[in-house]
Design a protein around this ligand. Structure first.
Ligand SMILES: [Zn+2]
Ligand SMILES: [Zn+2]
Ligand SMILES: [Zn+2]
Length: 113
C-alpha cells in the first residue's frame, strides 16, 4: 500500500523574493505584514477605507466605482438606485420599466395592488 501523493502546485523554480515589491494602492508604500488584496490591487488594511467617508472597508461591504472604493452606505447615497414608487434605495433585484426602477414588490398595479 502506498500513499497517493497529492499533486503540488507547480513551482518549477526555487522560491525567490518577488522581484517587485507589493505597493499599497492607496498610499504607494510597500505592503508588509497583513495585506488586503482586492481584485489585482493590494492595500494596507488601514489604507483600505471608503473614499467618501473614510470608514474601514475591510470590515463591511463595499462597492467599486471607477477605481474608487466606497462603502455601501455612501454608494447608495451617491449612486444608489431609488425605487420610483416608494423612494427607498434598492438593493438586490431591480425591476426597470419605462426608464424607471422599482423594487419588485413595489412594481404593482397602482389601482388594485
Ligand atoms: Zn497603504
Ligand atoms: Zn463611506
Ligand atoms: Zn419600493
Amino acid at each position: 500500500m502506498s500513499a497517493v501523493s497529492e499533486p503540488q502546485a507547480a513551482h518549477s523554480t526555487l522560491e525567490k523574493p518577488p522581484s517587485t515589491a507589493i505597493l499599497c494602492n492607496t498610499c504607494g508604500n510597500v505592503c508588509k505584514g497583513e495585506v488586503l488584496r482586492v481584485q489585482n490591487k493590494y492595500f494596507h488594511i488601514k489604507c483600505f477605507v471608503c473614499k467618501a467617508c473614510g470608514c474601514d472597508l475591510a470590515e463591511g461591504g463595499f462597492f467599486v466605482r471607477q477605481g474608487e472604493y466606497i462603502c455601501t452606505r455612501d454608494y447608495q447615497r451617491l449612486y444608489g438606485t431609488r425605487c420610483f414608487s416608494c423612494d427607498q434605495f434598492i438593493e438586490g433585484e431591480v425591476v426597470s420599466a419605462l426608464g424607471k426602477t422599482y423594487h419588485p414588490d413595489c412594481f404593482v398595479c397602482a389601482a388594485c395592488r
